[in-house]
Design a protein around this ligand. Structure first.
Ligand SMILES: Cc1cc2nc3c(=O)[nH]c(=O)nc-3n(C[C@H](O)[C@H](O)[C@H](O)COP(=O)(O)O)c2cc1C
Ligand code: SF4
Length: 497
């Protein structure tokens, strides 16, 4: 594996201090000066599992009130208020209730959950247990993408360490409450990050989305009430209980979902990596101060603010605040919190093709507009980028996108269409020039720079970060020894899974 990896530039540690232009950190602050808190004794010495013990003395409704007071919104992409989601779990339903942690993290250029798991695995385990106590569950599953082999090992070790301390399993901390935590490896399919596809996969079926309603809160795992939350969302719960919901809400911009967010910064910046920031700081702070500015002093051309599935912003929008409402007002979405910085040398038509290829590959094929539309988009963009375009091909790509948007079972098809169409809207001339006689297309090295720097930022001497088109995530899949932990079927067409 290591021998087939690209050359990786050194990446500095990316833990900003507790204060400064990014505001207070909450998650990284727990580390202090340590690189990680993988050992349960270290975590306990740093105050770990104290909030679980407190939660054991509280009613579910009290815990929900505290989490609602924190104003935290889910960090997985949709940004749904976490406390409200917990309150949707029906307490009068006689079926068991389940917590499912979404550690699928397959959105291109998103690698924050991985680092959280590797540095603070017990904080996630504690968060899962607090969530289970909150909704009255006795089982928490952590569904982790198949390529995250090392993080899965770290998590499994953390669960067993916690079990040995009486913090997982039966009669937790002598409270009489039982809760099992199960680490479950997926088989490597982007669609299995979508919550209903994830639950289908966990149920043992093909990883494809299902129609909502019913929502997982009512009928999820084993057709029982299920709370699905992202790694970062759950890992934040012990910190929220520790500081109090109101104190957490006071960070960031309260009206639009408070607190801090882990931002995965990648692309053409000098210091890519994961930076925790208070919500509502300008994107410029992330790119110029934390990220060290543009690679090679090249000019900024565009920014993708929330992972590859979000519409692109232009260089003049660099002062947009990193909060849910401001990014929507600017024409995009906060998504998974991963900011991709793109320099002037990047060709948007080539980027569109790279993005479309990723979504075509990951489409589960269940609904026609996505299955066929992603393929058509790739076919027509291939003609354009290959200088073989028909006169109306750019409009054709756009109109395919318009027919996909709003007509799919899940957001995957829309994601590709909205991203590609936003590149055409903002950078039409990058596409038009391919129709000019004698046009010589630029080399795609700029795209490859984004790929290699994403890999570097996520320190992929370890396998498993997605970048569109490198094939890294698939080639690096390493199965665990059989029986170590259950693995599950991936999406349709995932022939390498
Ligand atoms: C195609 C697709 C992929 C997704 N991938 C992830 C993922 O890898 N991790 C994640 O937490 N949420 C992902 N989501 C969002 C989940 O469906 C869900 O909203 C989230 O896990 C809820 O957790 P939260 O409320 O804590 O954000 C994805 C959604 C879609 C449509
Ligand atoms: S939009 Fe795409 S990924 Fe989602 S259900 Fe339809 S075919 Fe599957």
């Amino acid at each position: 594996m290591a021998s087939s990896s690209p050359q990786r530039p050194a990446v500095p540690k990316t833990k900003p201090g507790a204060h400064g232009p990014v505001g207070d950190t909450v998650l990284w602050q727990a580390l202090g000066d340590r690189e990680h808190l993988q050992g349960v004794d270290d975590y306990v010495a740093a105050g770990g599992y104290e909030q679980l013990k407190r939660a054991l003395t509280m009613q579910g409704s009290e815990l929900i009130d505290e989490i609602k007071a924190s104003n935290i919104r889910g960090r997985g992409g949709a940004g749904f208020p976490t406390g409200l989601k917990m309150s949707f779990i029906p307490q009068d339903n006689p079926k068991p209730k389940y917590v499912v942690c979404n550690a699928d993290e397959s959105e291109p250029c998103t690698f924050k959950d991985r680092e959280l798991i590797e540095r603070l695995p017990h904080m996630l385990v504690e968060g899962c247990l607090i969530a289970a106590k909150t909704i009255g569950s006795n089982h928490a599953f952590i569904y982790i993408r198949g390529e995250y082999y090392e993080p899965a090992l770290v998590l499994m070790e953390a669960v067993e360490q916690a079990r040995a301390k009486g913090l997982v399993g039966e009669n937790i901390a002598g409270s009489g409450w039982d809760c099992e935590v199960i680490v479950h490896r997926g088989a490597g399919a982007y669609i299995c990050g979508e919550e209903t596809a994830l639950l289908s996969s966990l149920n043992g079926y093909r990883g494809q989305p299902t129609v909502k309603p019913p929502f997982p809160a009512v009928s999820g795992l084993y057709e029982s009430p299920t709370l699905v939350n992202n790694v970062e969302t759950l890992a934040t719960l012990p910190r929220i209980l520790g500081m109090g919901g109101a104190a957490y809400a006071a960070k960031g911009i309260e009206r639009t979902g408070a607190g801090t967010r882990m931002m995965s910064l990648s692309g053409h910046v000098n210091r890519p990596g994961n930076y925790e920031m208070e919500i509502g700081k300008p994107m410029r702070v992330l790119v110029e101060e934390l990220g060290g500015g543009m690679l090679g002093n090249r000019k900024l051309k565009a920014i993708i603010p929330g992972g590859s599935s979000t519409p692109i912003l232009t260089a003049d929008q660099l002062d947009t605040l990193l909060d849910y409402d401001s990014i929507v007002a600017a024409g995009s979405m906060f998504g998974s919190g991963s900011v991709i910085v793109i320099d002037e040398e990047t060709c948007m038509a080539q980027l569109a093709l790279r993005v479309a290829e990723f979504y075509r590959h990951e489409s589960c094929g269940k609904c026609t507009p996505c299955r066929e539309g992603t393929k058509w988009t790739v076919d027509v963009l291939t003609r354009i980028v290959g200088c073989e375009a028909r006169p109306d091909d750019i409009n054709l790509v756009y109109s395919i996108g318009e027919r996909i948007i709003g007509n799919c079972l899940c957001p995957l098809g829309d994601s590709m269409a909205m991203a590609v169409n936003s590149y055409i809207d903002a950078f039409r001339s990058d596409f038009d020039r391919y129709l000019e006689p004698g046009f010589v297309p630029p080399a795609s090295s700029s795209l490859n720079d984004i790929a290699s720097r994403t890999v570097a930022a996520a320190s992929v001497a370890k396998p498993g970060v997605t970048w569109m088109g490198t094939g890294l995530s698939r080639k690096s899949f390493t199965p665990l020894a059989s029986g170590a932990v259950a693995s599950t079927a991936g999406a349709a067409g995932d022939e390498e899974a």
